[in-house]
Design a protein around this ligand. Structure first.
Ligand code: FES
Length: 94
């Protein structure tokens, strides 16, 4: 949990623990990596997004889930990831 480098403004923490894993978390994490063009524990060059794979975030009943800056996003699908990331990009452009 100690950071030695700055992270992106929006920190996407994708749970890949057992409940989420059984409901497709690996695909969700891969989709995030492809969509953002970064890997685990990396930030986008514009400093907007940081991505990391994490252990259980306590949202198992709504798996697969991620936490972004302490905000939960649940029952994730690739379409929901696109909506989240694209929405944040649009928000930043305004
Ligand atoms: S296993 Fe993902 S929130 Fe618990």
């Amino acid at each position: 949990m100690l950071r030695t480098r700055p992270v992106g403004k929006y920190n996407l923490q994708v749970c890949t623990n057992v409940s989420c894993l059984l409901r497709g978390a690996d695909d969700i994490f891969e989709h995030c990596k492809t969509k953002l063009g970064i890997g685990n524990k990396e930030s986008t060059p514009d400093g907007l997004f940081h991505l990391e794979e994490v252990e259980c975030i306590g949202a198992c009943s709504w798996a697969p889930a991620l936490m972004m800056n302490y905000e939960f996003h649940e029952n994730l699908t690739p379409a929901k990831i696109d909506e989240l990331i694209d929405g944040l990009k649009k928000k930043e452009e305004q």
